[in-house]
Design a protein around this ligand. Structure first.
Ligand code: WQD
Length: 337
């Protein structure tokens, strides 16, 4: 069976392509290489022995999307990762985010819903919950007014899918990721942040390898055990495997509801200082960091209630924070060697 993975050379996309190939799917990876590199294809091939078909397409180009679906009219499904994802950048450049994250989604859905099978998996985010009232966060926690244009594009994306599924053959699963971290154990693929990393773990590994002078810890005055903010850090390989399970659910067991939503996390929260301590343990390196003020727009705490993912989707995270940090560190050392 053939599956299209948009953003297939990106961080989560490439790890998902590996897991799809591992269970026998034929993958067509679509990417415009704006936040990834063509070498990722070779990394995937070194892991699975199979290079995915690659289509260099910018999904903002409606005609190109139409041509793609004419060529691949026999797809069993689409997993849609392609999107801009930097919270801060989205505040500075909202129209880039609405064009890239919304127009592209609309063009893909316009074509997908013409096919025999319209199975669609959407990369969403726990950011839709804002600061949830209750921990752990369940899927029926209220969706809060978005804190950034990036978060808004995820909320709008989910609504577009819900509305479309009502009146077309579309069957969809919305996957709300908590904090994806780590890299494939082979260190053949991993996160390739462009410029100064916005996210915690790549900043930690770049500090440890000497690329960054020190990590700034954004605030230690939150109402948490040690004052630093708490997140649910999920290994990217666990996250990738969840996409395979979700796709198989869409293909084989037509779910009664046309659109299902699942939180993807470990169910465990870790503070920034706990992540630093865990990293120092797995790397054997003392990390140079300094507590500074809070970052605008950050929330105090978010970690997932994983009951639905475990009991309905049939997926559970297997890898813990230390494995994720060890794999991120191994990857950082590999790409800087
Ligand atoms: C984690 C914690 C920071 C950097 C965002 C998006 C989410 C997803 C993941 C795309 C926070 C602290 C960070 C640093 C720090 N994005 N931190 N120093 O903000 O939880 O989630 O990225 O898929 O949708 O919202 O992730 O890694 O940026 O921050 O102290 O240099 O680490 O304050 O508490 P975040 P993050």
């Amino acid at each position: 069976m053939k599956i299209a993975v948009t953003g297939g050379l990106g961080f989560i996309g490439s790890h998902t392509v590996v897991e799809l190939q591992n269970v026998g799917f034929d993958v067509v990876a679509i990417d415009n290489l704006s936040n990834s590199s063509i070498e990722v294809l070779d990394g995937i091939e070194r892991i699975t022995g199979k290079k995915p078909v690659f289509e260099n397409i910018d999904l903002r180009d409606k005609a190109a999307v139409q041509d793609f679906f004419k060529k691949y009219h026999d797809l069993a499904g689409v997993i849609h990762f392609a999107a801009s994802k930097a919270v801060g950048e989205s505040v500075e450049n909202p129209l880039l985010y609405y064009e890239n994250n919304i127009n592209a989604l609309v063009y893909v859905l316009q074509e997908l819903t013409q096919l025999q099978q319209a199975n669609f998996i959407f990369s969403s985010s726990c950011t839709v919950y804002g600061q949830a009232e209750q921990m752990p966060i369940t899927e029926n926690a209220s969706v809060q007014p978005a804190m950034s244009p990036y978060g808004n594009t995820k909320q709008i994306g989910e609504e577009i899918i819900q509305d479309t599924a009502k009146v077309t053959p579309l069957n969809a699963i919305l996957l709300r990721y908590f904090n994806p971290v780590g890299a494939h154990e082979s260190a053949e693929i991993g996160e390739l942040p462009l410029g100064v990393p916005q996210n915690l773990v790549p900043f930690i590994t770049q500090t440890a390898i000497g690329l960054r002078e020190k990590l700034s810890v954004f605030g230690d005055d939150y109402p948490t055990t040690d004052g630093t903010a708490v997140r649910d850090y999920i290994h990217v390989v666990d996250l990738a495997k969840a996409h395979v399970v979700a796709l198989q659910r869409l293909i084989h067991q037509k779910n009664e509801t046309k659109v299902e939503t699942f939180n993807l996390g470990t169910g465990k929260g870790s503070s920034v200082l706990e992540v630093i301590k865990a990293f120092e343990k797995v790397s054997g390196k003392a990390l140079n960091y300094q507590i500074v003020g809070r970052r605008e727009g950050d929330i105090t705490e978010a970690y997932a209630n994983t009951d639905r993912a475990n009991n309905v989707l049939g997926w559970k995270a297997e890898l813990g924070l230390e494995e994720a940090l060890a794999s991120a560190w191994k990857w950082e050392q590999k790409i800087r060697s």
